[in-house]
Write a protein that binds this ligand. Structure first.
Ligand code: GLN
Length: 445
């Protein structure tokens, strides 16, 4: 059924960049046989799903939606896919994304952007736009995306879905093609909080192949139904500045729902949030410029057809293979790391990162969770992000702080604008409080 709907719907949504129908059918048949033998299935067994195209899949092309990786077929599975494959998850295909996860609209993809299931004049969001379009368009039950600065939460918000960015280190990054390693985290995009919890519980295992892996300390599915009476909801005024009125009002109404459920609203202030956006773009670009050094025409994917010597080969391969946004970030990252500028930009950003981590620690002494909008607006019209990169970067203002601090956050739908486009609310928790934010999200939903 899903494969049939993909054939029709994907032309409209451009959610999938590679459809793996044959292997999907094979896995589904195995599961059917297990059912006919009366065997008990694991929670995600036989469920049709998708993976963002920066999650490595053995023997299945993985491109990061970049020309430089076209034709690259990994020789190993990312840990998240290894776990799910062992549960007979049915991979329908690889999902569209911004090139190397750099973007907020999916439009930097070399395959063109994924469109919003609510309105195809609007983007699905980014960078995990394909996964959100697939789940929102009912052509996958769930998707795994990666969130470096909002790439799971923002497309979830734009497509009326649930998007979880887990605590850094709880989900293995092994086999996730790196954008900014100290910020990257894989998370689920689903239609319900319960689905997000089920997927998160399945994938949040300790992995010796990822040096930053810790696994989750508690399962999240068992506590979803707990009462939130007495839960302290922090409202930081900094998260509500410069937000479109209808978005702010929707989130404020959602906070009232929390009060009616017995939660207590606490006003807090995190002045350090004003530094989050520049800190994010300095650190993310710095790490990206280093991580993307490996695409040299020798080790992976694309190689320029004609060249004079090795320097010429590397230069031409990278000039032809990378798109404009990726090049911009490599240049910015190289600049902030260069001798003479390192202290002024990179070191300063690291210091401010520490300050933001401490500010969140203090904030969580006063409240259990922090609630904010996920994005200051609803889904962008097509080509909006192609006009002005700085204006686009600004729209990440509400999602990047948790990546800088390594915290968990979930986006849940909380209304619609007057065009019928979904609005998202973000619930942020202290480190390893993934269960608490999912409990709060479930109680609202
Ligand atoms: N939109 C942000 C960026 O362009 C976040 C991307 C992400 O989380 N991968 O960097």
């Amino acid at each position: 059924k899903y494969i049939k709907s993909i054939e029709a719907e994907n032309k409209k949504l451009n959610a999938y960049v590679n459809i793996t129908a044959e292997t999907a059918m094979k896995t589904a048949k195995n599961v059917d046989e297990k059912i006919s033998r009366g065997e008990i299935l694991l929670p995600l067994e036989g469920i049709p799903m998708t993976l963002k195209d920066n999650i490595s899949t053995k023997n299945i092309e993985t491109t990061c939606c970049s020309n430089i990786l076209k034709g690259y077929v990994p020789i190993y599975d990312a840990t998240v896919w290894d776990i799910l494959k062992n549960q007979n998850a049915v991979l329908l295909g690889k999902a569209n994304m911004d090139e190397f996860a750099m973007g907020s609209s999916c439009e930097t993809s070399c395959f063109g952007g994924a469109l919003n299931p609510y309105s195809t004049n609007h983007v699905a969001g980014g960078s995990s736009g394909g996964a959100a379009a697939a789940v929102g368009g009912n052509i996958a039950v769930y998707g795994l995306g990666s969130d470096t600065g909002g790439s799971v939460r923002q497309p979830a918000s734009f497509c009326g879905l649930v998007g979880l960015k887990p605590t850094y280190g709880t989900v293995s990054r092994y086999g996730l093609i790196a954008y900014a390693s100290s910020l990257d985290q894989i998370g689920p995009i689903t239609t319900s909080v319960e689905d997000a919890a089920i997927v998160y519980d399945a994938i949040s295992l300790y992995d010796k192949n990822d040096a930053t892996s810790q696994g989750s300390k508690t399962k999240t599915t068992h506590t979803l139904k707990n009462s939130i009476k007495g839960m302290k909801i922090g409202i930081a005024k900094e998260y509500f500045e410069g937000i479109r009125d209808d978005v702010r009002e929707s989130v404020e109404s959602a906070v009232k729902v929390y009060e009616s459920l017995g939660a207590e609203v606490v006003s807090i202030s995190i002045p350090q949030l004003k530094h989050a956006l520049p800190v994010y773009y300095i650190l993310a670009c710095a790490e990206a410029s280093s991580n993307l050094g490996r695409y040299d025409g020798i080790r992976y994917g694309y190689k320029t057809p004609s060249y004079n010597d090795i320097n010429d080969m590397i230069c031409k391969t990278r000039s032809e293979g990378f798109g404009k946004e990726v090049k911009r970030r490599i240049m910015l990252g190289t600049y902030v790391l260069s001798a003479g500028y390192y202290d002024a930009y990179y070191k300063k950003a690291q210091q401010l990162r520490g300050a933001l981590v401490n500010a969140f620690k203090d904030a969580f002494k006063k409240c259990d969770v922090i609630v904010s909008p996920t994005v200051p607006m609803t889904a962008f019209e097509l080509n909006f992000t192609q006009k002005d990169p700085i204006e686009t970067y600004m729209t990440d203002i509400l999602t990047v702080p948790v990546n800088i601090a390594g915290l968990p956050a979930v986006s849940v739908p909380c209304g619609f604008d007057n065009k019928g486009l979904p609005i998202g609310m973000q619930i942020i928790g202290n480190s390893f409080d993934d269960a608490k934010i999912l409990n709060a999200a479930y109680q609202y939903e």
